[in-house]
Design a protein around this ligand. Structure first.
Ligand SMILES: [Zn+2]
Length: 309
């Protein structure tokens, strides 16, 4: 007889016999005491998952930390949500982390995160809160649709977003890449001539630093992209892409000068170029985009040190 059956039979007795309440109750207590060691002898949980932040909003980077208590069952950790699978990198012995990026283009609400490892699978619910992003209304005169990106810059930008390096180059809180005031925040949506641009959101932060002011690396990493207007980067302008490792990467646009080359390793705070107004830009400013697993996320939690917990 299983423990559940015993309890349910005793419960029937309890309902049937109010007069015998005391007697049945004492028998039930004894049965439970005997049954307890059976429950405790079941296998220990192999997989523990911690997701931060606790109340994420659109644009946040979700950190999924997986701890394996029983790595003998296999350390192959996978994290997936919807159609996407996110690589979980080992950050300590038997401890793995995957980042799930979120953007203003997604719908807020609940989604399932499937985590597997150590011979166990867990389906967790992640609830993403809504967030109101500022809206800009841009009116372009007829026939002036703006600068179009060249094939070259589209391809190089795509390759930049696809870079994945298993090493973790960054360490802790990111530094602001320019000392100018922030002029446009992350996630701003736009109407062009009264029509809402469904696919547009401001993919980064703008700093209104003076032309020629220093642009520094916000965190350590490898330079994986250097492009210039002369090569055909008509929209990005002079541009640098830095891989911080484990799916995290920064892009710096509209630069005046570039002082690094592809393959260079940069340290946090190291000058990599200067602010300019090259490419599709109406005045000197730095555009810094932070990408996590190919999606542009809000850099603010990374500047506040709350993205990586
Ligand atoms: Zn910008």
């Amino acid at each position: 007889m299983t423990t559940t059956n015993r309890i349910s039979n005793l419960s029937n007795q309890f309902n049937a016999s109010i007069a015998g309440f005391k007697k049945v109750f004492s028998v039930a207590s004894m049965t439970l005491a005997v049954a307890m060691p059976i429950v405790l002898s079941s296998p220990v949980k192999a997989l523990q998952v911690q997701m931060t932040p606790q109340s994420p909003r659109l644009g946040d980077t979700i950190s999924v930390i997986v701890s394996l208590d029983n790595p003998a069952n296999g350390g192959n950790v996978t994290v997936s949500s919807g159609q996407e699978t996110y690589t979980a990198y080992e950050i300590a012995p038997n401890k793995y982390r995957a980042f799930i990026p979120t953007t203003p283009l997604e719908k807020p609400g609940g989604r399932t995160v499937k985590v597997s490892g150590g011979g166990e699978t867990k389906n967790l619910t992640l609830s993403i809160g809504t967030r109101k992003f500022p809206v800009q209304r841009i009116n372009l005169p007829p026939g002036k649709a703006g600068v179009k990106a060249t094939e070259l810059e589209l391809r190089r930008a795509r390759e930049f977003r696809e870079v994945r390096t298993p090493e973790k180059f960054w360490k802790g809180t990111f530094k602001r890449p320019n000392q100018g005031r922030m002029s446009t925040q992350y996630g701003v949506r736009r109407y062009y001539n009264g029509v809402f641009a469904n696919d547009y959101y401001h993919r980064g932060l703008d700093y209104a630093g003076a032309s020629g002011s220093a642009v520094v690396a916000p965190a350590a990493g490898r330079v994986v992209l250097v492009g210039t207007v002369a090569q055909g980067f008509k929209v990005h302008g002079n541009v640098i892409g830095v891989d911080h490792g484990q799916g995290v990467a920064s892009i710096f646009m509209h630069l005046r000068q570039i002082s690094v080359k592809e393959g260079d390793f940069v340290q946090p705070g190291q000058k990599i170029g200067t602010v300019g107004s090259t490419g599709a830009s109406t005045g000197p400013h730095l555009h810094w985009g932070l990408y996590v697993n190919g999606k542009s996320v809000d850099p603010m939690p990374w500047l506040h040190g709350t993205a990586e917990k």
